[in-house]
Structures are given as structure tokens and as C-alpha cells.
Design a protein around this ligand. Sequence first.
Ligand code: PLP
Length: 442
Amino acid sequence: SSSSEDDDPKLLFPDLPPLFTGHPDVHLRNGVMKAQQMSADHVPDAERAFFVADLGQIYRQHQRWVKCLPDIQPFYAIKCNPDPYVLRLLAALGAGFDCASNGEINQVLSLGGVDPSRIIFANPCKATSFIRNAGKVGVDLMTFDNMDELYKISRAHPGAKLVVRILADDSKSLCAFNIKFGAALEVVPSLLAKARDLRLDVVGVSFHVGSGCYDPSVYTDAIMRARAVFDMAREVGYELNLLDVGGGFEDSSFERAASFLSEAIDQYFPDRHGIRVIAEPGRFYVSKAFSLAANIIARRVPPTEVASEKPVADHPMVMYYINDGVYGAFNCILFDHQVVHPYVLSLNGSFHVPSSEPLQTSSVWGPTCDSIDCVCPSTQLPGALQVGDWLGFHNMGAYTICAASQFNGFEVSNVIYTTGSVGVSKEVWGALASFAAEGHRL
Ligand code: PLP
């Protein structure tokens, strides 16, 4: 069944929070206005930070994927952002899922409507009980990169379909993985021979060029290595039929990555009849889809501006304290090597921010009592910003909420959902509604 933007979300999806339509900026403002009102009414925690998630953006990224890589099925890496709406939309659009744990597998299966064959357990080093559980729930496809993993799999899930994860050049990425995962090509023949001895079913090869890959030419070398493994496998008696090109896709270089990949696959797998190609994108799908609004809960002005205080020579900047920090959404600064850029959502209580407003060198800090909790060590912000004003942050969808803690008792920021501005909101509604119509829980 199809749906229109006028359908009442509450009727369609009664057990979920409202799903709005409209541009995310509108919802950032609405959220701020509501918080300001609640604050005026003395509602506790009224100024709580919040995300706005644009599901239309996820939909557009999927369209981009299908256009550029029509023959590569995306298995969304849910570690990147396991938001329930994101998962439901991607499930409705036919994506598969890359899971790293029992918890992630259970989360995907509990959506309903996702067959276990649409999951790859893409963690090469798994607890034996997790392997056993995967077998029990019907998840067969899983990666390995070492001998012990083969013994564990042969005991816990001998019918698994195995994918050998190999090393790839990760030197052109924000987050490198080789130090922890991936088999060198020299050890692959012995791994495959052991798998053969154990009567295990090896079906494919995977790699990961590192997360946040800024030079997509590395995919070419990785595909060449994967080709070498297909040939090694044949020597041992395996006819591989799965090529998993991993994640690493960046929004800004996606089209270039896609063309490097497509060309390399054409070059190294010219006759790929019967070979299925999948990928494990995470960041690409969600990074731009989430924005965060955070409230300035405290401010420390340069002492020279406060007559009663003595100047402190090494504190020349205005310091703003906001209500989300590196122990929360901004953990991406520590774990994901991100640099974030605030923009002004409200100034002196108003959404009108004159472009002539004088700027001051400022720093932005999170709310906890730890001094590592610095969101922005130096940035230019209007000097007129007050306690109670709001800062916005774009590109907050990848590796943010998923690793946020509640250190010092600060809750993880809520999410407000929109299907985005006019253009694809009908399609987003349609996909979600058809998922619901098939009897799956939204
Ligand atoms: N696949 C695996 C095995 C990963 O470890 C990761 C990220 O950690 C991903 C996929 C997703 O990577 P990205 O978000 O760079 O696309």
C-alpha cells in the first residue's frame, strides 16, 4: 500500500514517536521553540539537546547507491547508527545488514521481515556463544581471519558460510583497522586449507579499506587482492561466489569510490557470472541525515569583560558549555577522529542572526565535570550569545548516538524524525508503510 504526506503518522505507526514531514531545519527550530516554551514554564530538563533525523536523506543516499553501484547490494553496518527508524527504512528498501554482535543480530531480526539471510555477521573475532546463537537464529554468513575462529565455527556452527577477511590498504582512512583485523595474503592458503580439513564452507572474501576513506583509489588494490584469494581458494577446492567490498564510503567521494570499485571489479572479475557482490556501508548512509541542537547551559566570559574579576592571562576566549559532549553524541571527536563545527541556531533567544554580528574566538565544552570534555577548542561565534541560546551541528549521524554514554548522569539526546523536505517524503512514507502493510512492526 502507499501513503501520502497527509497520512497521520500516529495512525500508521501508533507505537512509535511522531514522524514529521518537512525540512530538518524547520524541526530544529520547532524543537528549540518548544524547549524555550518549556523552559519558560519551568519544565525540568526543558533545554535538553536533541537530534533531528532526516529519513529523506537516508532514502536519497540509497538512491545514490543504487544508481552508482546497481550490482552491489548494501548490507548497512548497523554499528554506525542503529536507530530503529533508519533500520526499518533500510529494511523496507531491501538492504541487508552487517552485524557485529548477538545484540545487533537480535535488533535486526526483531524488526520482523528481515530474513536471516540478509545478515552478515561481519566480525572476524566472535565469542563462541555468539557463533552458536547465530546458527540458532539462521544467520549463516560470517567472516573470519584466523585459525582459532575456524575451530570455534566448526564446533558452534559447522554449517556456516564463511567469508575470509583479508588485509587492505587502510592508510588513506580516518579509522584504520589492519592493526586488529584482516588476514595477510600469505596466510590465506593455510587458513583455507584448515577450513577444508574442518569441512567448512568458505564462500567468499571481504576487506575493509578503513572507515572514512578519503582516497578511494585504494579499492582497486583491495579488489586485486580479493581476486588473488579467489584463485588461491580454487587451488584448495573452493569455488568462491561472494565478494564483500566492506565499508569506508564517504559522502563527498562516493561517486569516485563507486567508479574505482566498478572499474576494478570489471578488470579483476571480467567474467563474474555467479559471483554476488555485497558491501557494508555505514557512514555513507547516516552521516548527513542527523543534526544536533544543543543548548548553552553556561558561559565563562573573558575576565576583562567582568569588572569584578581579575584578568586571567591564559583564558582569552569565551567558553560556552553545552548540554551534550564527548561522553555523549560528541564521542565521535574521540573515537571517530571528527572535528565538529557549531553554527548559531538562536541568538539572544531569537532565530534572527544578523550577518554583521561581531564574532569572538570561543571554545565549546560538554556538560560533564571532565576537562577532556571539549567539543571545540577554538571557533568563531557571535559575542552576543547568551546562556539559553542554541548551537546546531550538522553531520552528526555516524558513530555518535551509538557510542554515547550517560557519564555524570547526562542522558543521551532524543531524536525527532522527519521524512525531509518535499521530494522524497512520499517515497519514505511509502517504503515504511509498505513495510508495515506486510505485517512488520513499525
Ligand atoms: N564493516 C565493518 C566490518 C566495520 O568494522 C565497519 C566500521 O567499523 C563498517 C563495515 C562500516 O564502515 P563505514 O562506516 O566506514 O562504511
